[in-house]
Design a protein around this ligand. Structure first.
Ligand SMILES: [Zn+2]
Length: 158
């Protein structure tokens, strides 16, 4: 597997684990070729204190408009899946954040990414930070975004 499963904030207070199926979904949407489209969706999973396990992601649907540098999510399909999982699991599996791809080996967020993440973090009904993942060609960028705070970039742990 190209991508790493276990991530932590520099102070090790927040741990994030990505299920194998999640890494496989990321890998199958890598922007390898210049003509590959940018992809993305929602991160769903369980919370354990401050820690999170990402159990599933939503992937682009036919309705999503994809282009190389810009991914505009049509919210309906993704949100419907998130709500269905939430109901079926009695609230155990919930929306935890967003992911998208970049045509970079080791991706770094754009200014637009950070603006959008701050907005999404501010909108969360449960007041928890949101998780933001960018999928590059060789690695992931994993960041915890809290309302009105600068993001915490996570590091892989082994
Ligand atoms: Zn981006």
């Amino acid at each position: 597997m190209l991508f790493l499963r276990y991530w932590a904030t520099p102070d090790r207070r927040v741990l994030v684990s990505l299920n194998e199926s999640v890494l496989e979904d990321f890998q199958s949407h890598i922007q390898n070729l210049p003509s590959d489209h940018e992809a993305g969706g929602l991160l769903l999973g369980t919370v354990h204190g401050a820690h999170m396990i990402i159990t599933e992601v939503t992937v682009p649907t036919l309705k999503d408009k994809q282009c190389r540098y810009f991914f505009e999510r049509m919210p309906f399909g993704h949100r419907a899946i998130a709500e269905a999982r939430w109901r079926a699991s009695a609230g155990i599996i919930r929306y935890l954040g967003e992911w998208h791809t970049h045509p970079q080996d080791h991706p770094t967020p754009s200014g637009l990414d950070r603006t959008e993440w701050a907005l999404l973090a501010g909108k969360r009904a449960d007041g928890r930070p949101m998780l933001a993942i960018i999928v590059g060609r060789q690695g992931l960028h994993v960041e915890i975004v809290s309302p009105n705070e600068s993001g915490l970039i996570m590091e892989p742990i082994f």
